[in-house]
Ligand binder design. Sequence first.
Ligand code: PLP
Length: 401
Amino acid sequence: MKKRAYYITWSTQDKPTAFNFTGSKGKYFFSYDKKIWDCLSTSSQSIFGHSDKRIKGEIKSQIDTFCVASPKADTADKQIAAEGLLELLGLKGKIFYTVSGAESIENALKMARQVTGRDYILARRNSYHGATLGALSVTGDWRSEEHLSLGQYTIRIPEPFEDPTGEKTRAIVEKEGPEKFAAFCLETVSGISGVIVPPHSWWNAIQALCDEYGIKLILDEVFTGFGRTAKPFAFHHFPQLKPDFVAMSKAITGGYVPFGALYTTNETFRFYKKKILSCGLTNYGHPLGLAALKAVLEIFKQPGLQVELDSKAAYFKKKIDILKERFQIEEERTIGFLTYLKFKKLKSFKLQTFIDHGLYLHAKKNVIVLAPPMIWDEENFDTVFAKLTKILEDHYEKQAL
Ligand SMILES: Cc1ncc(COP(=O)(O)O)c(C=O)c1O
């Protein structure tokens, strides 16, 4: 390969974690013409696979109609997509369009601060909210340390497993002074960083603090939105939650067009009735993103979809349980089409090994994360898990500590 004229993200540039990609179709992509099962839905966005006809069809027809529209343009699709999205969320309120997950978070932070007149945000250490400076200021992993951001306005709360009833979080809020906090910014279920599903008791405590002290609840559903947890949104597993903001992106268009959206309540909307909304972007409500989103919303209207998702997710879990019987797994957390597996007695996985065997997934140290598309059938799960079992057997043979 020629020397790259571009960067590879989140890597040193001398030996970056990269792989060859020559195209994609349906459930696969191709690496040097080798068929690779996309067990991570790319980065969770291609949950409908790589060539969904409905999404492609809407985008193609939009290209022939118009490709560009002013952010200020009132278009029919802005209205149709917003109404459809609110229905899928099951919430009353308004939609602000963006083009990425980080921008959805940025705008949530900006609005939450303006609406409350408060500066501080409560966030978890084990979290990722995006690579822009505002989103990094609430991100808790190593990436937040790398750049100058508004991190001094973020107060960290304990992880849900350290504080299942939320008492420690309450103590922090009350000690610091609840009136300084604009919002909690939290992934409803964390993605690659560990698939942490907080218990109901923790969410009850967070919601109670929001209700009691007027702290806004920003839910980051960038990774988990649009079916990843086998429900439209992860917060649908927690009916007690009343989010003030829901940040969305990735699968909102199946990943076919960079796009995102932020849900806000009507209360937030009313704040901007007389005050100028000092938030916006050139590609606000981009026509191609809206076209793709309309198709995604239609997919969720298919009769029987929820039953199908539940049954596929149950089959996925069954395959994981079989894997657990076969190998020593130290930690396993699964929800819907998302699983985190930490293996005992193994040194380190390498992405390329999986690619060589026809699987794409997240692999780091002795951990793998799978986030398959919702379009796999039982046979597809069988094929992939047979390949995975073979790779794991090889690893145990060669690497066992
Ligand atoms: C939970 C979460 N929030 C925000 C983001 C940022 O999204 P984007 O990369 O589209 O800016 C990501 C990306 O991986 C994410 O997983």
